[in-house]
Design a protein around this ligand. Structure first.
Ligand code: ADP
Length: 497
């Protein structure tokens, strides 16, 4: 066997990447798909398009690399997390569009649950907070807003799944309705201590157990591809949410190791070993992976808008024509010129958890140019990441030695340098930055014996460039002070309904 294939179903695109034994990406294909915004704060995907785009890129790399049962050991899946799909078990037809993780429509449900005093129970059992981000309230919304859905769900006619479940269902021709522990831990319905769906939580969110997928480890053979063609019969052997997969792909196998993924949002995860650490600082406690019968956990800080602020400068403002152009534009000025940019386009995630915050640009004076706005935008990504890391350090009492970076925006050297400055700690970019897909490949390849164990994987991780802090602590303290003031202006902008 020569290869493992990773299917990386992201928020804006579906990717397929073939990896060889050395963990090197050999062939990759990517396809964007439509984002639907039916109302302000609502975000939907078409589940059929998720599947079709994913399958097309899988077939694309199959053809390019001539993949078959003769040379392909396994398929691993990693996915945008929390995004919620409900479909009919008999026809396989979704009852509604997928409600995407960024979608804020269930903020009132979360408010009501808080008023009912459910927050502590939810936090204790799931490691999560009551925010529209997670799947549970999205399922509740679907059951209450699609005609007849609740009755059908109670009769066992409907299936719920996050994108991993949906893809395995489609790949196996409806034979398997499963999810893995990492994806389950993002639903508000999974108890991370007992590692099972929790009756009290199911009742609280009014989700019938009959629609839940079976929870499986992150690395095992779940089934085989049933779709006719050259991939038929390939084992599907690894599954993890995108951020957990990236933590695995970055070989952050020991407690205390952390990575930050700079994509649409930023997701900072820190391995805490076999113990779930309860956060006192609004971080999430989440399953890192379940491998070889052992469940490991992570603390996570989720930032909703990071690279997306660059997209907005491109598409919303037209300041740049392509995302990489931001580096030159932001480098055209020595500093932010007094501008602070809080990109709370869909509220604020960790550590603020304010669904009512909105984007704010402060400190604009006559001399401010596009360069300053661009610089403030990059700083906003790093300052949000600092806030998360700071909260994590308070929780764990451990100071970070270095941060491993990945994701589409980590190619930006200025961004990485600002991050090292803001953190006052080194930031390291690995040679393979497709760590999400790589993590899924590793999980799948471990299950089929393509790789022998985690030591073999850890030895494949290699740095590309290390960014050391260059700015003084005083300069950073000043930057952070103004950031705090700007944050205050962004908070609670919308009125809770
Ligand atoms: P996702 O998987 O979340 O869809 P990616 O990891 O592909 O995202 O990263 C894409 C994001 O990175 C986009 O939001 C884009 O604006 C941003 N991005 C891409 N290149 C750069 C760059 N050179 N500098 C800053 N941001 C970038």
């Amino acid at each position: 066997m020569e290869y493992v294939l990773a299917l990386d179903q992201g928020t804006t695109s579906s990717r397929a990447i073939v990896f060889d034994h050395s963990g090197k990406p050999c062939k990759a294909m990517q396809q964007e798909f439509a984002q639907h915004f039916p109302q302000p704060g609502w975000v939907e995907h078409d589940p059929a398009e998720i599947w079709e785009s994913q399958w097309q890129v899988a077939m694309g790399v199959q053809e390019a690399s001539n993949l078959s049962t003769a040379n392909l050991s396994a398929i691993g899946i990693t996915n945008q997390r929390e995004t919620t799909i409900v479909w009919d078990r008999n026809t396989g037809e979704p009852i509604h569009k997928a409600i995407v993780w960024q979608d804020r429509r269930t903020a009132p449900i979360c408010e009501q649950l808080k008023r009912d005093g459910a927050e502590d129970t939810v936090r204790e059992k799931t490691g999560l907070v009551l925010d529209p981000y997670f799947s549970g309230t999205k399922v509740q919304w679907l059951l209450d807003n699609v005609d007849g859905a609740r009755a059908r769900a109670e009769k066992g006619e409907l299936a719920f799944g996050t994108v991993d479940s949906w893809l395995v269902w489609k790949l196996t021709g409806g034979a398997r309705h499963v999810t893995d522990a990492t994806n389950a831990s993002r639903t508000l319905l999974y108890n991370i201590h007992t590692r099972a769906w929790d009756d009290e939580l199911l009742e609280l969110l009014k989700v019938p157990r009959a629609m839940m997928p079976e929870v499986r480890p992150s690395s095992e053979v779940y089934g085989e591809v049933a779709v006719a063609g050259p991939l038929k019969g390939i084992p599907i052997a690894g599954m993890a949410g995108d951020q957990q997969a990236a933590l695995f792909g970055q070989a952050c196998f020991r407690a205390g190791m952390a990575k930050n993924t700079y994509g649409t949002g930023c997701f900072l995860l820190k391995n805490t070993g076999t113990k779930p650490v309860a956060s006192k600082n609004n971080m999430l406690t989440t399953v890192a992976w379940q491998v070889d019968g052992v469940t490991e956990y992570a603390l996570e800080g989720s930032i909703f808008v990071a690279g997306a602020v660059v997209q907005w400068l491109r598409d919303g403002l037209g300041l740049i024509k392509s995302a990489p152009e931001i580096e030159a534009l932001a480098s055209s000025v020595p500093d932010n010129g007094g501008v602070n940019f809080v990109p709370a386009f869909s509220g604020l995630g960790a550590p603020h958890w304010d669904p009512y915050a909105r984007g704010t640009i402060t400190g604009i004076t006559r001399g401010v140019t596009a360069g300053h706005i661009a610089r403030a935008a990059l700083e906003s990504i790093c300052l949000q990441s600092f806030d998360v890391l700071d909260a994590m350090q308070k929780d764990s009492g451990i100071t970070l030695k270095e941060l491993r970076a990945d994701g589409g925006a980590c190619v930006n050297d200025l961004l990485m340098q600002i991050q090292a400055d803001v953190l006052q700690a080194p930031v390291v970019r690995p040679q393979v930055t497709e760590t999400t897909a790589l993590g899924a490949a590793y999980l799948a390849g471990l299950a089929t014996g393509f790789w022998n164990g985690r030591d073999a994987i850890a030895s494949q991780w290699a740095p590309d460039r290390r960014f050391e802090p260059q700015q003084s602590a005083e300069a950073i303290a000043e930057l952070r002070k103004n950031w705090e003031r700007a944050l205050e202006r962004a908070r609670q902008w919308e009125t809770p309904s």
